[in-house]
Ligand binder design. Structure first.
Ligand code: HEM
Ligand code: NAG
Ligand code: NAG
Ligand code: NAG
Length: 437
């Protein structure tokens, strides 16, 4: 499965970012001729000395010096194919028609199959580039410490950081953040996205967006590159084992006010990031080290912990002869399936705004040629910084909390209980992600 940022989200900031850098436009001679990205339609540029280049147009469907002339079949396809905007318009209008499509499983399956395969074809699989390799290499393919790059990095010997466009130096990050990223006014999301959704997004994506703070932004510590639920079970066997009860397949937990919560750090001895003032009794330990940051994350961590143990109980009833290991492993697979089902049928469904009823069914692809491997890209991570979803203050029951009161507030979890938090986060509308300035 390839979770993709939905078209348009966060795009505005990126576009304005690029426009800003274009303002100091300059052209340079004598540099790597690939810096101006002359090859179109995903043709591959190779410099031939400092004043000429070659575009490899193989299988792009185009030919010519810059891969700009369409082959006949490409021309036919491009002429007939509706633009992405048209496709999006059709999918988000004509509700009556879609209701009919949704009720005819043959049609719904066929369209869902098309959605999956056409999206998958937009990216290279197996992946090709990373921050240090702008050409294909064994290293870029096999070194899973890197995020992959959907687009090749700008060569090092270019006149500007963006190739040939923009100023010689990137702008000061602080200025950039204040000019382009900082929100001046909260705008409620027009699709009425809730905080419950926002925290789901943060919780779900942090299993595969785990930038390696030691090695730098090109690197990830989430070496599985996908939906492995390492944010629930911990990355690596050592952390997983510390979080496990080793009885009936279950995860370790504690009971507070008669309800199940994650165990404490002192109990299970796993590393978690908490500021010094958090008391030991309120340092919850879960799969992801950073989930103490926001009560919304710890809420989801608790829900999934309870779900894992619930599934274990059911499996044990069905299979009294299964040992702890088998109950644990099978429950984990079931939770992965549940997660993907929720992500496609509720989460992406909401984001897309499509009237087509999306479907998670692995069998849709059994007769298709499909690459099941996945690699998380830097671009995906950059676009998924949906921080504008966050409100100015948090409304929980009848109280209002600012950031200082809310962040790292691990008391809140058991003070309110999961039901209250779910209810409050479901009621509060999140911020609009695009066009915040
Ligand atoms: C109160 C809520 C939140 C706080 C305080 C917060 C804070 C942070 C901080 C300090 C970082 C590291 C710096 C960076 O990479 O930009 C970060 C990263 C990130 N945040 Fe948030 N964030 C919050 C909510 C969210 C939400 C709702 C999303 C939705 C998807 C999100 C998505 C991300 C992503 C994708 C990263 C990059 C992670 C990585 O590469 O390791 N954040 N956040
Ligand atoms: C290819 O691109 C280069 C640089 O943009 C341009 O000078 C050249 O005329 C283009 N060639 C063709 C055949 O369009
Ligand atoms: C991946 O590349 C990085 C940077 O070159 C290197 O430090 C690391 O050892 C490599 N990992 C493996 C498994 O080769
Ligand atoms: C944390 O939340 C509780 C409510 O659950 C509140 O009483 C407390 O003041 C908050 N802590 C801080 C440091 O603001």
């Amino acid at each position: 499965m390839r979770p993709r940022p939905i078209q348009g989200t966060g795009m505005r900031s990126i576009v304005s970012f690029i426009l800003l850098l274009h303002m100091g436009f300059m052209v340079c001679q004598g540099a790597n001729p690939c810096c101006s990205e002359p090859c179109q339609n995903r043709g591959f540029c190779t410099a031939m000395g400092s004043d000429s280049y070659e575009c490899d147009c193989t299988r792009t469907g185009y030919y010519g010096q810059n891969c700009t002339t369409p082959e006949f079949l490409t021309w036919v396809k491009v002429s007939l194919k509706p633009t992405p905007n048209t496709v999006h318009y059709m999918l988000t209008h004509f509700k009556g028609l879609w209701n009919i499509v949704n009720s005819l499983s043959f049609l719904r399956n066929a369209i869902m199959r098309y959605v999956l395969t056409s999206r998958a074809h937009l990216i290279d699989s197996p992946p090709i580039y990373n921050a240090d390799y702008g050409y294909k290499s064994w290293e870029a393919y096999s070194n899973l410490s890197y995020y992959t790059r959907t687009l090749p990095p700008v060569p090092h010997d270019c006149p500007t950081p963006m190739g040939v466009a923009g100023k010689n130096e990137l702008p000061d990050v602080k200025v950039l953040a204040e000019k382009l990223l900082m929100r001046r006014k909260f705008i409620p999301d027009p699709q009425r996205t809730s905080l419950m959704f926002a925290f789901f997004a943060q919780h779900f994506t942090h299993q595969f967006f785990k930038t390696d703070q030691k090695k730098g932004p090109a690197f990830t510590t989430a070496f599985n590159h996908g939906v492995d639920l390492s944010h629930i079970y911990g990355q690596g066997l050592d952390r997983q084992h510390k979080l496990r009860l080793f009885k009936d397949g279950k995860l370790r937990y504690q009971i507070l006010d008669g309800e199940v919560y994650p165990p404490t750090v002192s109990e299970v001895q796993v590393d978690m990031h908490y500021p010094p003032h958090i008391p030991e009794s309120r340092r919850f330990a879960v799969g992801h080290e950073a989930f103490g940051l926001v009560p919304g994350l710890m809420m989801y961590a608790t829900i999934w912990l309870r779900e894992h143990n619930r599934v274990c109980d059911i499996l044990k009833q069905e299979h009294p002869d299964w040992d702890d290991e088998r109950l644990f492993q099978t429950s984990r697979l079931i939770l992965i399936g549940e997660t993907i089902k929720i992500v496609i049928e509720d989460y992406v469904q909401h984001l897309s705004g499509y009237h087509l009823k999306l479907k998670f069914d692995p069998e849709l692809l059994f007769n298709e040629r499909f690459q099941y491997q996945n690699r998380i890209s830097s671009e995906f991570n950059t676009l998924y910084h949906w921080h504008p979803l966050m409100p100015d203050v948090f409304h929980i029951q009848d109280e209002v909390y600012n950031y200082q009161q809310f962040l790292f507030n691990t008391s809140m979890l058991a003070d309110y209980g999961i039901n209250s938090l779910v209810e409050s986060f479901t009621k509060q509308i999140a911020g609009q992600v695009k066009d915040n300035n």
